[in-house]
Design a protein around this ligand. Sequence first.
Ligand code: ADP
Ligand code: MG
Ligand code: MG
Length: 247
Amino acid sequence: MLEIKDLRAEIGGKEILKGINLTINPGEIHAVMGPNGAGKSTLSYVLSGREGYEVTGGSVTYMGEDLLALSPDERACHGIFLAFQYPVEIPGVPSATFLKTALNAQRKFRGEEELDAMEFLKLVREKTAELGIKDDMLKRAVNVGFSGGEKKRNEVLQMALLEPKLMLLDETDSGLDIDALKVAADGVNRLRSPERSALVITHYQRLLDYIVPDFVHVLADGKIVKSGDKSLALELEEKGYAAISAA
Ligand code: ADP
Ligand code: MG
Ligand code: MG
């Protein structure tokens, strides 16, 4: 599904990713943990194609294609979903309009018929009911004045509608209360399937109590310094990053 080989990237001339190697097979959930400033967010931004991040070496292959050659929109339409650490606010655009536009852009890209307002509403109501999300936020401007938990619910709803093949979650747990954390985890767990994969980036172990990963990697100073199974996350919490990175 995703093969990252010796990936190097810089921001403003400073090298942040210093040779990342990571392979994610269909159905697998990988967690990337690491200290602040390690390059975790940079990795997720490079994978999503955000501006300002220059790839200086290596390759990323996604479902047999050169991911780095695709625009951010194309990546999204190909089934990559990035849940941000800090979701953007879009004043004046109701959440429902935003979600419908995103879904129809993807459907159009795939040669599928676009949904009209009624069809969209029916689908979105199915999803909110499944996820236990109140649909009153659909009328409100995207993320404007939303609490951390509401932003997360909105994002989980977007993910449920778009049904991505690869979910990238960047510190989706920071600043969330336990209920919002469970909503986020539930959103990912519901989409878990043999065809879908996820890369879950987190500083803390607690998210991984809810989204149980198949593999855990430690990122430190732009490199993966250790990989293991879910027990590595517990070891990290117990011993701290410094001990693991040095070992
Ligand atoms: P993490 O998510 O692991 O905390 P980041 O990927 O956010 O780490 O940051 C990695 C490094 O890149 C840090 O040293 C940070 O200061 C630096 N960095 C991040 N964004 C920028 C930027 N826009 N310009 C310059 N340096 C940046
Ligand atoms: Mg950080
Ligand atoms: Mg970060």
